[in-house]
Design a protein. Sequence first.
Length: 181
Amino acid sequence: MPAQLAQAVLLIANTCCTLLTVLLLMRFFMQWSRAPFDGAVGEFVLRLTNWLVLPLRRIVPAIRGFDTASLLAAYLLQTLLVALVFSLTYGYGLFSIDMMLGIAFSGLRVLLRLTIYLFIVLLIVQALLSWFNPYAPLNRLVGRLTDPLLRPLRRLVPPISGIDLTPLIAIVLAQVVLIFV
């Protein structure tokens, strides 16, 4: 395959898989945090992920209330993307056991990184909404999604003069975790 065609395929595959993976992660975390699906964002997430999640739910049951089908779909998407990148970059058609384990681990690593980036973006959106439009409907959703991450920090760091520094601390901690992931 010519290099330009391989780059174009990788760009399209990476864009589509990353967008769908982020939506699947949103779906997982929205259900986990009991965030409402009734708004435009919730409808958008459901409509774009139902085709993948609903058939998987027949095979993969929820575990302790966690939407494992969404999480598994996100992991499989990223693992397939890593395999595609690997095969187009290095030209391998068949993979050895070591390569498949490396691809499976890389898929997990990429999924974890995307999860951290998603929370960083949500924290930034929450901060911007709190400054410019605290009563926006999106603020309720973002607040529900970030609350499980911020609640333990708020116990340790109280607001200083009415200013909540926990989103900033959470972003710095997420950046530290990204260094190791």
